[in-house]
Design a protein around this ligand. Structure first.
Ligand code: PMP
Length: 455
């Protein structure tokens, strides 16, 4: 067996890690963890640590690690047929069954699901479908996409442009032309301290409408948003936000894309975030929770209205010129079928709502009075602790992110994984949906210990 030192050396020499400080890592100055196993909400590593994964990987291992129901389904599928493509009408029992299961769970008004590999490529698909849709409708000028600052939609050329975080644009010449960003629905960072939540919503809606008018509504094709901002800080929207946004989009004939990569399949305590907030999207992006990351798979769920136009388009122009080799990969599809079944069998959607609320209460009890805790927020099995250097002014720390990074480091030493969210000092929690109250207590207790250590 390879020694830890050997692996660590190969890792530094050969492995280009995503979202990693390349120089620091290569020089051995950045954290390195070689993960070996997972069971329930815990992972283990080569150094002998057993860690409670308070972020479910990257908020994706929704059913928890080591589920035999899913791994057996993968093994069976791999043995019978590890691959066949889905082009020109080909399918497998797994991919067809999963389509049916996804559509049975999807919000009303949706028609079909297209499968991809990850959230980024699903959003690339979505934007292509929006452009195709408007071309078929005879609206070739209507192509611009509105996203939000602090939104996260992936890191491809288009999906990275949609993402509204500076790090994903800087030095990559992004965003691409035709992608516009509007204000983040982030009440804690409202422009004026004395603004009520309702007034903040009105301000956001006015900003959105201003942008549409300034750019010319006839050039705006779609609006993309996560029901709850995820990577941008785990921020539920202010009251009335989605109703107001949808009203504006309808007024200007703008497509709504609900990016449910994080919120899909139970994370908010409802099957989809769209159901939670009363969204009626034209397209829904899904990934992560679709297979609980047991295998890579994503999807674009297409609404009825758009589907009719896409069919008209292919009647006029031939087959849709869009496909990935691995679209609806049978192993991903088999994982998806077993995973969605497990979510139902173990009542995980309900558990996410119940234990998620418990986690926020436990967190409030443990750290709510801490002078550097500005806000504890979330929805379903999502929780964020916003840190501030001064509760009364809501001021941040300098440099931004330094304190949250240290707290996360102290938490890992105490056996709990959390995540420092970018562009702020925000501790993020998104545990597997099967979390128990006892495990929620452990997360809250360790957060309090780490905060005491750092601040
Ligand atoms: N959309 C959202 C809302 C996400 O959170 C993510 C990933 N964190 C993506 C899209 C991109 O997904 P992927 O990393 O699988 O490409």
């Amino acid at each position: 067996m390879l020694t830890n030192d050997q692996l660590a050396q190969w890792d530094r020499e050969s492995f280009f890690h995503p979202s990693t400080h390349l120089g620091q890592f290569a020089r051995g100055e950045a954290p390195q963890r070689i993960v070996t196993g997972g069971e329930g909400v815990y992972i283990t590593d080569r150094d002998g640590n057993r860690l409670l994964d308070g972020f479910a990987g990257l908020y994706c291992v929704n059913v928890g690690y080591g589920r035999r129901e899913v791994t057996d389904a993968i093994a069976k599928q791999a043995g019978e047929l590890s691959y066949y493509h889905a082009y020109v009408g080909h399918g497998t029992e797994a991919s067809i069954t999963l389509s049916k299961m996804v559509m049975d769970r999807a919000p009303e008004g949706m028609s079909k699901v297209y499968f991809g590999l990850g959230g980024s490529d699903a959003n690339e698909t979505n934007i292509k479908l929006v452009w195709y849709y408007n071309n078929i409708r005879g609206l070739p000028k209507k192509k611009k996409i509105i996203s939000r600052w602090r939104g996260y939609h992936g890191s491809g050329l288009m999906s990275g442009s949609l993402t509204g975080l500076e790090l994903f644009h800087k030095k990559f010449d992004l965003p691409l032309d035709g992608v516009l960003h509007t204000e983040a629905p982030y009440f804690y960072r409202r422009p004026e301290a004395d603004m009520s939540e309702g007034d903040f919503t009105k301000w956001l809606l006015a900003k959105l409408e201003e942008l549409i008018q300034r750019e010319d509504p006839d050039t705006i094709a779609a609006f993309i948003g996560e029901p709850v901002l995820g990577t941008g800080g785990i921020v539920p929207p202010p009251v009335g936000y989605w109703e107001g946004v949808q009203e504006i989009l309808r007024k200007y004939d703008i497509v709504l894309i609900a990016d449910e990569v994080v919120t899909g399949f139970g994370r908010l305590g409802t099957m989809f975030g769209s159901q939670h907030y009363g969204l009626q999207p034209d397209l829904i992006t899904i990934a992560k929770g679709l297979t609980s990351a047991y295998a890579p798979l994503s999807g674009s769920i297409v609404g009825n209205k758009m589907w009719q136009v896409l069919m008209q388009g292919t009647d006029e122009n031939g087959p849709i010129g869009h496909g990935w080799t691995y679209s609806a990969h049978p192993i991903g599809a088999a994982a998806g079928v077993a995973n969605l079944k497990l979510i139902d069998d173990l009542n995980m959607v309900e558990n996410a709502g119940k234990v998620g609320a418990y986690l926020r209460r436990a967190m409030a009890d443990a750290v709510g009075d801490h002078p550097n805790v500005g806000e504890i927020r979330g929805e379903g099995m999502l929780c964020a602790v916003e840190l501030t250097s001064d509760r009364s002014t809501r001021a941040g720390f300098s440099p931004v992110g330094s304190v949250a990074g240290k707290v996360v480091g102290e938490m890992v030493k105490r056996g709990v994984i959390s995540r420092a969210m970018p562009q702020g000092d925000i501790l993020g929690f998104a545990p597997p949906l099967c979390l128990t109250e006892g495990e929620a207590d452990q997360i809250a207790r360790v957060t309090a210990e780490a905060l005491r250590e750092v601040l």
